[in-house]
Design a protein around this ligand. Sequence first.
Ligand SMILES: Cc1ncc(COP(=O)(O)O)c(C=O)c1O
Length: 345
Amino acid sequence: MSLKKIKKAKLDWKNLPFNYIKTDFNVRCYYKDGKWSKPKLTSDETIQMHMADPCLHYGQEAFEGLKVFETADGRIVTFRPGENAKRLQNTCEHILIPKLPEEIFLEALHKLVHANLKYVPPFGTGASMYIRPLVIGKGAQVGLGPAREYLFVMFACPVGPYYKGGFKPVKALVLEDFDRAAPLGIGAFKVGGNYAAGLMGHAFSSSKGYPIELYLDPKEKKYIDEFGTSNFIGISGNKYLTPDSMSILPSITNNSLSIIAKDMGMKVERRRIKISEIKKFSEIGAVGTAAVVTPIYKVHYKGKDITFGDENKAGPVITNLYNRLTRIQTGEDEDKFGWLDVISK
Ligand SMILES: Cc1ncc(COP(=O)(O)O)c(C=O)c1O
């Protein structure tokens, strides 16, 4: 369908919150008798639950997050959705949910966006459409064990920038008394339980005036793991460094930025990074789908502040990385890595 024929919803596109906004349709698939059903649209915003559905008790739940953009030339695109489909499969595998085939994920995404085209924020507003896919274990049972039935839901909502202030440096607190994941646990997978585990740490750091929190490795508390909902990157000379850890989520944004960094002639290093090394970085950032990169100007650790550049302005390398990635997403720069999935022209 051509975008020219779509009349956009009447929304204040430039002032959208990063929050749930109702759209017209969501997509559902069911897993029963050993197979996944084809994706179907519904306008029902609710899910019927049984009080003994295992997702409610044992947290058998997996989810994802990705974005849809309108490009400068009026196309509607998503960014590397196959990577989200694969990561969801990976998560499912680790909590014994039958893997949702990648084709079904992509079909659901296209159906969902086509049905909600009028809610894709116009190019140039800074807003985008956030897509939230999730899978839950259903079918009444009480004993611990994987569910027999599953529901996959994918919904969409137009969102404004994650941080109201936009691309501006923030300060972060290193959490010494909280962990979000166990060393051989499920920190590398996108399950709801990891985020429940992170609520207290986030509330603690917010109460101290820090919008984001940095977790150390849960075993030795010596190495940098990741921020509450984003990966850590550090810039040192011509190097892009990011932690190697079994308890962090493999971020698609981090992977994309590291490919861009290499393309810019930088050396990319993924290794264990000691928290004591942090002062050597000229710039650091928190990277993820929601904000792409959040520059960090100050890290508070063991009663001391470590500062990185200008409090009011992101450093040059992180700014360049941010601009390059966001300009690919909005079609302002060539999609030289083939990352865009075109949904509508
Ligand atoms: C714990 C955690 N780390 C990292 C990320 C960033 O991942 P991505 O770039 O794929 O959004 C997210 C967000 O999904 C997250 O929740």
